[in-house]
Design a protein around this ligand. Structure first.
Ligand SMILES: [Zn+2]
Length: 161
């Protein structure tokens, strides 16, 4: 079976490209301006044809993408391999404290009916959520993924329906 791959093309200012932020809109050069804008999330970018780079102009610190001929690649991701060890560490960070707390709650159950009998279960759930939050935050930082922008774009899309 043959898969149809989009042919590669260099980045140039005359064309339109998928938006790397919302992954929904199209970015193209704005009339009378050097900058590029997304028609969906309204973010402003500056680009370099020589270096095939796109830089988000309205975010600090700015995020940069590199055009590989087919898609945008986060410049900070080039050359990094997201290995299984990271994945295992993330899973461990989420589930190890949760499991320990869950086990201790299981082996040393609170006195049934006592005022704090709900506490171990609630604490276990809280540990799970907080560690999940830490991992998600680390992943977002690693990819420099503009989470807020992404959710705002989605909110706009839902409201438009
Ligand atoms: Zn966009």
């Amino acid at each position: 079976m043959q898969t149809l791959k989009p042919s590669t093309r260099p980045f140039n200012h005359q064309d339109t490209y998928p938006c790397p932020v919302c992954r929904t809109g199209q970015i193209s050069t704005m009339p009378m301006m050097e900058a590029l804008g997304c028609n969906f999330c309204q973010h402003i970018f500056t680009a370099s044809e020589e270096r095939q780079l796109l830089k988000m102009a309205d975010r600090q610190p700015p995020v940069t993408w590199h055009w590989d001929g087919k898609k945008w690649i986060g410049a900070h991701l080039e050359g990094t391999e997201f290995g299984w060890s990271y994945f295992a560490a993330a899973i461990g960070l989420i589930f190890l404290p949760t499991t320990l707390l869950g086990l201790s709650a299981y082996y040393f159950p609170p006195v049934p009916g006592s005022r704090l009998s709900w506490f171990p279960a609630a604490w276990t759930g809280l540990a799970f959520l907080s560690h999940l939050g830490i991992v998600l935050w680390l992943v977002a930082e690693f990819y420099q993924f503009p989470v807020g922008t992404y959710f705002r774009a989605w909110a706009r899309r839902i409201r438009r329906r």
